[in-house]
Design a protein around this ligand. Structure first.
Ligand code: EPU
Length: 417
């Protein structure tokens, strides 16, 4: 078993270079199979989620060349095969093969995806979109057979601006006949990144990044070169870390606009931020005051950043609140933070944090990816040693986390026990 051992209390200074966005890359890789020619994607983070997707591509018969952070995908020999459940369950984003295979072959057989257990996470909106495009869906033992004689453009209204459903419907609609309109579409930067890849391949998508996306179906998608945007959640995680333990810590290669909801809250708390065009320089403030945060869809405060933010809020004077509105079960890090000395109560989807608290290292468990990031930050703030188990969750989403942290003065190590 792997554990992450952190000796807390160091001041962090230097530069952390942020990698390509996990939640973009995990959609771009499945999207590439819609092309009938080679697709090159650069700035792909080397994390287990992208490794598994490449395994799925190889299983489907695509040829892959991966050199450093560039992946070349040749889908010309692709076969429409049922993705084995054990691969599909390794991550959430395997569900993008539903839209991509349906879009390309008008048929897909797949089980439900895996991913972090942070709520029920149904896929009803994805399925509603496929049906609107003319697909028939048969479900048996959580395995979906989705077929269409022909996919036809349609008007689709999403009851909730779901990231996954918006991307999956774009993937299915891009080669359909006619025009598809997605209303109340998600507006996250990852959606724009996926639409740009598809347009580079020859698709006709407009409005990505707004709540109304229009997709005019095309017959053929071809060769292209595309770059993954910087990971706004990784960036935000390290900016929070800088506000907790930084002294001129530079978070580099980012798009600061993507994390404005976070940086404005950190400034309200009293953190020192120097925001450049593609970096943020952050130092710990002298005194922090409590803040209130409510998670929302983009451009609101990202749910993926509320867990990493929580340990920093234990350092504020007085009361802070985090209201989680996207997922029903995203507070599993709280009992561990309390074990480390925090004073946090959760009621009705809201965590109330009373600070400041002195955190002390102890043995904790990463129950999901961002809970893991939260515990890493807590461990770096705390005195003494923190040992985190279930490290696999963290490695699914943070490229070279150990090296990146140690390079700026942290004491972090992964050990086999
Ligand atoms: N929802 C439904 N029905 C659906 C789809 C979603 O009810 O058909 C609900 C979900 O249960 C949830 C809410 O809508 O309560 C939001 O879900 P959404 O579809 O937007 O999220 P997702 O596509 O499953 C992606 C990211 C998440 C991130 C969310 C929100 C990927 C692979 N995952 O998930 O990332 O939290 O968008 O921004 O892109 C993470 O990186 O740690 C992570 C969980």
């Amino acid at each position: 078993m792997k554990i992450l051992e952190i000796t807390g209390g160091s001041k962090l200074t230097g530069t952390i270079r942020v990698s390509g966005a996990k939640n973009s890359a995990v959609a771009l890789i499945p999207a590439a199979i819609l092309s009938d020619e080679e697709v090159t994607i650069c700035n792909v983070p080397d994390i287990t989620d992208t490794e598994v997707l490449c395994e799925i591509l190889t299983f489907l018969g695509a040829k892959i060349k991966r050199a450093s952070e560039t992946i070349v995908i040749d889908p010309t020999q692709l076969e429409n095969r049922e993705i084995p459940e054990n691969l599909a369950k390794k991550l959430r984003a395997s569900y993008y093969f539903m839209g991509a295979l349906l879009g390309k072959y008008k048929k897909v057989v797949m089980t439900l995806p895996g991913g972090c257990s942070i709520g029920a996470r149904p896929i009803n909106l994805h399925l509603k979109g496929f049906e609107a495009l003319g697909a028939k869906i048969v479900e048996k033992d959580n395995c979906y057979t989705i077929t269409a004689d022909q996919l036809k453009g349609a008007n689709i209204y999403l009851d909730f601006a779901s990231v996954g459903a918006t991307i999956n419907i774009m993937l299915a609609a891009v080669r359909a006949d006619g025009v598809t309109v997605i209303d109340n579409a998600a507006k996250e930067p990852e959606i724009v990144n996926v639409a740009t890849l598809l347009n580079n391949m020859g698709a006709k998508i407009s409005g990505a990044g707004t709540s109304r996306i229009e997709i005019e179906g095309v017959e053929y998608l071809g060769k292209c070169f595309h770059e993954v945007i910087p990971d706004r959640i990784e960036a935000g995680t390290y900016v929070i870390l800088g506000a907790a333990c930084g002294e001129n810590l530079k978070i580099d290669n980012i798009i600061p606009e993507h994390i404005e909801a976070l940086t404005s809250k950190l400034e309200e708390m009293g953190a020192f931020l120097d925001i450049g065009s593609d970096y943020i320089l952050v130092s710990r403030g002298e005194k922090y005051k409590g803040i209130h945060v409510k998670t929302q869809t983009y451009p609101g405060f990202a749910t993926d950043l509320q867990q990493p933010l929580t340990p920093l809020l234990t350092q504020c004077e007085g009361k802070s609140k985090i209201e989680e509105t996207i997922y029903e079960n995203r507070f599993m890090h709280i009992p561990y933070l309390n074990q480390m000395g925090a004073d946090i109560r959760v009621k009705n989807q809201t965590a109330t944090i009373i600070g400041p608290s002195k955190l002390k290292g102890c043995d904790v468990v990463a129950t999901d990816l961002r809970a893991g990031a939260s515990l890493v930050i807590a461990g770096l703030i705390a005195t003494g040693v923190t040992r985190i188990t279930n490290v696999e969750h963290i490695l699914r989403g943070y490229e070279n986390i150990v090296e990146k942290l140690n390079n700026v003065g942290a004491k972090v190590e992964i050990r086999e026990i």
